[in-house]
Design a protein around this ligand. Structure first.
Ligand code: BTN
Length: 327
């Protein structure tokens, strides 16, 4: 741990109470002027720290920023986010940054997080609305020992981990729209963009990009009818760091299960969150449009749709629209 991290931990241990500069400097084995320098840096990052010549320092409030030391504090994972977290105030897209890092050899579990994105990427070439400090924008680098054909399973697993984290934090009726849109009351709360690099017939790396609309106060006009946030749904501000931790912990456990036990448990859980099963839907695939009833997802994660002539279709990838009203 760096001196700054140790100082942060120490100030947090005494949060709300004074701790003298002398005891900090002795405890951390650095000079008092070094303590002052690090306190200034922490203030610049958004920590509210009082100082008094007689009493020392007092941490009033830690920021809800996706800072590595904040995420890592009490993070109960073995690998994910434990070592390298790259934090940006703003980046174009955390997925793009993560791809560059992965191409340069970044190990499994490397995390890229940003307070905002200037060119957040959504599925199917869309843009992901990424206002500063209001959402969670993260990308995770994975190097799974799976065949490329199994890669879509990681996306479904990500949706499960996201839905569980959101439901346990808020109690909202979170659902998943195949393959990986996270909805509440049919509006989109979170999205997942998976990007894969393959070498020969093996996976080199997978980037899992997750965007969570946490404290987004308002959406642009074109998204207002289809997107929502935890703030809008609950009327409360939610801790972005806590949600990030919950997602990473849940993800790691499901990811381990996928590699050790297989896809079946993930699938079972996914079905419990399904927003599509039994609903009338329209699926747009490459060059095709199918309207019908979503029956299930099969053991490979493909969507099974029955059209109005009674024909069954297996959908590998596509864009699903839920139809309103009875099926
Ligand atoms: C979707 O269209 O539903 C997928 C949205 C994925 C957005 C996230 S935000 C973090 C990561 N970086 C990106 O540029 N996109 C993903």
């Amino acid at each position: 741990m760096s001196t700054k991290d140790l100082l942060t931990a120490e100030l947090k241990r005494y949060q709300g109470s004074w701790v003298s500069g002398e005891s900090l400097s002795t405890g951390l084995s650095v000079s008092r002027s070094a303590i002052w320098k690090h306190v200034s840096k922490l203030r610049n990052q958004g920590y509210i720290i009082d100082s008094s010549p007689n009493k020392g320092y007092r941490l009033e409030k830690a920021p809800d920023m996706l800072l590595p030391e904040e995420i890592q504090e009490g993070l109960k994972t073995l690998v994910l986010g434990q070592k390298d977290i790259h934090h940006f105030q703003e980046t174009t897209s955390t997925n793009t940054t993560a791809k560059e890092l992965a191409a340069n050899g970044a190990p499994e579990g490397t995390l890229v997080v940003a307070e905002g994105q200037s060119h957040g990427k959504g599925r199917l070439g869309r843009e992901w609305f990424s206002p500063l400090g209001e959402g969670v924008y993260l990308s995770l680098i994975l190097r799974p020992k799976l065949s490329p054909a199994d890669a879509p399973k990681i996306t479904l697993l990500t949706a499960v981990a996201t839905a569980e984290a959101l439901r346990s934090f808020t109690g909202l009726p979170i659902q998943i729209k195949w393959p990986n849109d996270i909805l509440v009351r049919d509006k989109k709360l979170a999205g997942i963009l998976t990007e894969i690099s393959m070498e020969m017939d093996a996976i080199d790396y997978v980037i899992i990009g997750l965007g969570l609309n946490v404290n987004v106060a308002a959406f642009p006009a074109d998204l207002r009818d289809t997107a929502t946030s935890l703030l809008i749904e609950t009327g409360r501000v939610h801790p972005r760091v806590g949600l990030t931790r919950a997602f990473l912990e849940g993800f790691e456990s499901w990811y381990g299960m996928l590699q050790d036990t297989g896809f079946e448990p993930v699938l079972e859980r996914w079905r419990q969150f399904s927003a599509v099963t039994g609903r009338r839907i329209v699926v747009e695939t490459m060059g095709d449009r199918i309207e019908g009833t979503a029956l299930d997802i099969n053991r490979d994660g493909l969507l099974i749709v029955e059209d109005d002539e009674g024909h069954s279709h297996r959908i590998y990838s596509g864009d699903v629209t839920l139809k309103r009203g009875p099926s």
